[in-house]
Design a protein around this ligand. Structure first.
Ligand SMILES: [Zn+2]
Length: 59
């Protein structure tokens, strides 16, 4: 269920869409995976990067 009040533009501007593992810039809509850490949503270019993050979340 999506609320129609949220536009794609506002979602993109909310995003600090950068893969913390490989440093690739991402949009939430194109991210393969995401995780929430310290109240911030992190995005990953692939499930491989997500797996690396899960293995070493402090880095
Ligand atoms: Zn990545």
């Amino acid at each position: 269920m999506f609320t129609s009040s949220i536009s794609p533009e506002s979602l993109q501007s909310l995003a600090g869409g950068k893969d913390p593992i490989c440093g690739k810039d991402l949009l939430p809509s194109t991210a393969a995976s995401s995780a929430v850490k310290d109240g911030k949503t992190l995005y990953f270019c692939s499930t491989e990067c997500k797996t690396k993050f899960d293995a070493a979340p402090a880095k």
